[in-house]
Design a protein around this ligand. Structure first.
Ligand code: 13P
Length: 307
């Protein structure tokens, strides 16, 4: 068997070959390293990746992203092998909210339903009524009968959703994504001063003040779609800098300006060598408690059935 300890060069071809032999599919988030995106069968946002994970016929899913993404793929495929090439790649926002905290919020607000952003652990999803991603938080929340909604864990996505659904009483959990929460209005203002003709394109994990300055707000894939068909050729991009690779592919003629600190270090931990290692020896298998997984599947499938 080939070695992954540095003795050979890992190429796109060697990965494609192994993928075929093992009947594996590689899914990668829009923020992953370019070398990882280049070997993936599908690159996209959390909703697109969940859908691909739900419909794949491959026996092994190699999930290049962070832990909640691999867990969601496993929740949807309990009988398949899901591998997270770097199992230590966590999401700081997901780790801010525990299942015990959700149960406590339910105790305080007994009439409220719980909407869990997909950036949560499987335990937290298991306590929830419906999941959502950044591209369907409004639809998922509006689909619930309850007026009172506990929205976990992202307070910025909660504020964005609440603003679109004044008929709902949104009770936010105070979590956030450090990469997005750290983008400030003055950073965006500085970029706008330097590039007055640029459109401001933001992810809804940004603060409400940043969103208020934006020309377009959407999930990573929706941001790419907006740029793809836009007449403009300059964009200020308020999200994680890994998006640059896809944006340049869809609009090689355009210029993109990012705030300086928008970096998710954990999603960058997955590299080609680790992907190769997972393919060779099954490194990074996602293991979930079967009962937690069964309960977590209900809100995830409820979300996927929305459209
Ligand atoms: P998307 O679903 O928009 O890709 O976002 C995922 C995420 O974790 C953003 O920080």
């Amino acid at each position: 068997m080939e070695s992954y300890n540095g003795a050979m060069e890992i190429t796109l071809e060697s990965i494609q070959q192994l993928k075929k032999e093992k009947n594996a599919v590689i899914l990668a988030h829009n923020y992953t390293l370019p070398e990882v995106q280049d070997v993936a069968d599908y690159v996209g946002d959390s909703l697109g990746l969940s859908r691909k994970a739900a419909e794949t016929e491959a026996e092994i899913i190699i999930f290049c992203g962070v832990s909640f993404m691999g867990e969601t793929a496993k929740i949807l495929n309990p009988d398949k092998k899901v591998l997270l090439p770097e199992p230590r790649a966590g999401c700081s926002m997901a780790s801010m909210c525990t299942a015990a905290q959700v149960r406590e919020m339910r105790r305080i607000y007994p009439d409220a339903a719980v909407v869990a952003y997909v950036n949560t652990t499987a335990d937290v999803k298991a306590e929830s009524d419906i999941c959502c991603t950044s591209s369907n938080s409004i639809k998922a929340t509006a689909s619930l009968e309850e007026e009172d909604i506990i929205f976990i864990p992202d307070m910025n996505l909660a504020a964005y959703t609440a603003n679109k659904l004044p008929e709902k009483n949104i009770i936010p959990f105070h979590g956030y994504c450090s990469a997005h929460h750290g983008i400030t209005t003055w950073q965006i203002e500085d970029l706008r001063t330097l590039h007055p003709g640029a459109d401001i394109v933001s992810h809804p994990e940004c603060t409400f003040d940043v969103l208020a300055m934006s020309d377009f707000i959407g999930s990573t894939e929706k941001m790419i779609d907006f740029v793809r068909v836009s007449d403009n050729n300059e964009f200020i991009i308020a999200t994680e800098v890994g998006m640059l690779y896809r944006l340049r592919k869809v609009r090689p003629d355009a210029k993109f300006y990012f705030p300086p600190n928008a970096l998710c270090q954990t999603i960058k931990m997955t590299n080609l060598r680790l992907v190769y290692r997972s393919l060779v020896d099954g490194n990074g298998e996602v293991i979930l408690d079967p009962e937690i997984s069964r309960r977590a599947r209900i809100p995830v499938e409820r979300m996927l059935s929305l459209d």
